[in-house]
Write a protein that binds this ligand. Sequence first.
Ligand SMILES: Nc1ncnc2c1ncn2[C@@H]1O[C@H](COP(=O)(O)OP(=O)(O)O)[C@@H](O)[C@H]1O
Ligand SMILES: O=C(CO)[C@@H](O)[C@H](O)COP(=O)(O)O
Length: 528
Amino acid sequence: LMAAAQDSFYLGFDFSTQQLKVVAIDGDLNVVHQNHVLFDSELPEFRTQGGVQLHADRLTVTSPVLMWVKALDLLLDKMRRAEFDFSRVRALSGSGQQHGSVYWRRGASETLNQLDPDQSLYQQLQVCVFSVSDSPVWMDSSSSQQCQDLQAAAGGALRLAEITGSRAYERFTGNQIAKLRQNRPEEFQDTERISLVSSFAASLFLGGYAAIDYSDGSGMNLLDIRSRTWSEICLEATAPHLDRLLGAPLPPTSVLGPVSSYFVRRCGFSESCRVVAFTGDNPASLAGMRLQQGDIAVSLGTSDTVFLWIQQPRPALEGHVFCNPVDWQEYMALLCFKNGSLTRERVRNECTGGSWEVFSAALRETPLGNNGNIGFYFDTMEITPPAVGVHRFDPDDTEVSSVSPQVEVRALVEGQFLSRRLHAERLGYSIIPGTRVLATGGASSNKEILQVLSDVFNAPVYTIDLSNSTCLGSAYRALHGLVAESGVSFFDVVKKAPEPRLVATPHPTAQELLAQRVNVLSYFCPVP
Ligand SMILES: Nc1ncnc2c1ncn2[C@@H]1O[C@H](COP(=O)(O)OP(=O)(O)O)[C@@H](O)[C@H]1O
Ligand SMILES: O=C(CO)[C@@H](O)[C@H](O)COP(=O)(O)O
């Protein structure tokens, strides 16, 4: 039996903001392969910065859909060259950056199910398959008008949050669809199907349109998170006959079908390899960390996010409630911060010569509480709170225009985590003795950053072996998808996975030193 489990592989892909990643596990949950493609450096022809293109209005942010297609070609090539044995893959799943949308042109489904295995995906999908070549992504904040319209139609912001789990947010897909329909009616008319980034990626593997899953579908301002069907009010306010363009949403554990013959013939996948519904990157990360009730997850990817497993939705004017990705009857709550890793990188470049080592040294060499210096760094319009600009404060709460490079580094990181904590607590998620903070994402490989996280949250911080919990979660979900129908729980399937490891514990004086700075922060974050 052991041998049989090790013979089978499960793949988890992640189409995130800056890169496409993959992790393969065997039936005993051991990681057997990892790979990735970085968009900016490995696909320079698409001219992205951090995987996206910022438009002249400084509000519109898109990514070329064909970049994602070409990245998949490249990733599969890399896996073949590493002699990854595709024939052993029993199931695959994946995730995508949340909220982004892909527009398939009329006739695209035919192209998708007749792909020629002698040609790359890019060669065959580059002409006439997408009605919109630049996909709106989660960093976009250009749809304020459409947000106001949707809230008006739903009977107010809180009413919309009651239905969909969130008030109207610019990046949420429904508002992007409404904007497209108003501003580019011809492209909209020419569209036969709208996918999220996650369901778009699943569609490539399926050779046909994949359903949107409940969990990523909760990031659209269109899904009724209690009935798990599209909300009529929201659909009507967004575009006529929108349900036909979206298809019916499905549970995140659904097996969508076998991998298409294109992948069987091109890569050597088995015909019996199943495609399990793809979901959002944060939901997949919840699965990858095997988050339990009471834990707080902090993801430090391109965005910083804070999320939790919750049983009862309590939607508010800030934050989001999504359907749960592993138990479809439950929920997850999430806060998203746009100025995360890219802001840390900017300060690293300006203050520590572009080196993470020097950045980390600055954190080691400055005292907890930063002698009362603090800063809030919103390089681009923040999501939580909606604020912009860089604001530094001295110990007397006076705004100052500059501080020394080392002080700046600590002011940034303490300020970021204080804000993450303040907003989480405002939602009612208190940190009590016993609370574990589970950290993940690219910056979670930085021990000094995690020490600040632990001090600010006054809680122990744990990580899993891979900083890449989204891919791992997708591979776990692929495995679970095969047995979910027969009633096996997700936690049963992943019970043999290694436990998260303790990486930082809070300093005893942390609370005292940091708590007093919350008043400065509150100034930027009036309770909505
Ligand atoms: N040693 C490090 N210290 C701090 N941040 C890091 C370090 N290594 C990588 N990162 C950050 O991780 C980010 C990428 O995280 P990742 O989770 O892969 O992002 P995404 O999934 O959104 O593409 C980079 O933007 C980088 O700033
Ligand atoms: O908008 C959100 C969540 O609501 C973002 O968290 C995106 O899902 C992007 O994720 P990363 O690429 O930063 O992981």
